[in-house]
Design a protein around this ligand. Sequence first.
Ligand SMILES: [Zn+2]
Length: 65
Amino acid sequence: MENVKESPRLIATDRCDVCGAQAYIRVEMETGELLFCAHHGNANKEKLQPLTINWHDQSEDLSQK
Ligand SMILES: [Zn+2]
C-alpha cells in the first residue's frame, strides 16, 4: 500500500461534519479526519489546529467560479 502524502482533493459529495454543506476543509488528526465547510472550518480552526497533522483548505475554490 502506498503511503500517500498528498491529500486527495475534496469533491462535491464530501460534506461538512457539522452542517452537511459541501466540505472545503479537510482536517487530518491522529484520531482520524474531519470535514468542514468553509464556515465551520474557520470557526473550529483555532481550537483544532494544535491537534492537526494536516490542515487542507480548499476554500479558495469558492471564489474561483
Ligand atoms: Zn458546516
